[in-house]
Design a protein. Structure first.
Length: 229
């Protein structure tokens, strides 16, 4: 079932590992097949060296395992909440990459200090609220997803394809599992540059809205002109 989706999710998980953003098994990627409403996701705790495409677990959007011998990633309820709430997503990735996680641990949104950020994220990358004791006592991974959705109440998830979960780390997404992984790489890169820039110039302010929009819109949207037609 969904052989192509399982293959693309498998390849995206390997790409995430090869990128160096993931230590041990601390990362996961999923992909959604919009037509069937089914999600393929990495199995929980399986090493990347031993992972095979057929081990990707297929779940429906309510979290019922439809196909697979192994347990899905423990973060599956977070991924599913994002797919249910953001209909444009086709892939989601999660890491504990160093700099993005450092901003998440500082519980600070990632400010737009330069055009590399603006090329990829329109405005700051938000940080979620911390989970309440009630949320922690409930379905933790689902509540994490809800906190992310709340952070996007006034944002377009395709214009800001990532988030910092307070005290935890980044989730990124895109139209495909591969795009979600690419955004994990970009987020880590801009998080590192922002940390260095701020250490060089404490109190540094964001670049102007005009410059942010110029860079985001020349790469994205209907009038984009970056790259080849
Ligand atoms: Zn995590």
């Amino acid at each position: 079932m969904l052989t192509d989706l399982k293959q693309s999710v498998f390849e995206a998980n390997l790409a995430l590992h090869k990128s160096g953003l993931v230590l041990l098994t601390w990362g996961n990627v999923s992909g959604l097949d919009r037509e069937s409403g089914l999600v393929a996701i990495k199995p929980s705790g399986v090493s990347y060296a031993e992972m095979r495409p057929e081990q990707m677990v297929i779940v429906d959007l309510q979290g019922t395992v439809v196909e697979g011998e192994l347990r899905p990633s423990s973060d599956t309820p977070t991924h599913l909440e994002l797919y249910r709430s953001f209909p444009s997503l086709g892939g989601i990735a999660h890491t504990h990459s160093t700099y993005a996680t450092a901003w998440a641990q500082a519980r600070r949104p990632l400010p737009c200090f330069g055009t590399t950020h603006a090329d990829n994220f329109r405005g700051e990358v938000p940080v979620t609220a911390e989970l309440t004791p009630e949320a922690l006592a409930g379905d933790y991974e689902l509540e994490t997803g809800k906190a992310i959705v709340q952070a996007f109440a006034e944002r377009d998830p395709l214009q800001v394809p990532g988030v910092l979960v307070a005290c935890h780390g980044p989730f990124t997404w895109g139209p495909t599992p591969a795009a979600a992984v690419e955004n994990s790489l970009v987020l880590e890169y801009v998080a590192q540059m922002a940390a260095v820039a701020e250490s060089l110039s404490p109190g540094l302010s964001c670049i102007s809205c005009g410059l942010q929009d110029k860079h985001f819109l020349r790469k994205h949207g209907k009038d984009a002109y970056y790259g080849q037609k």
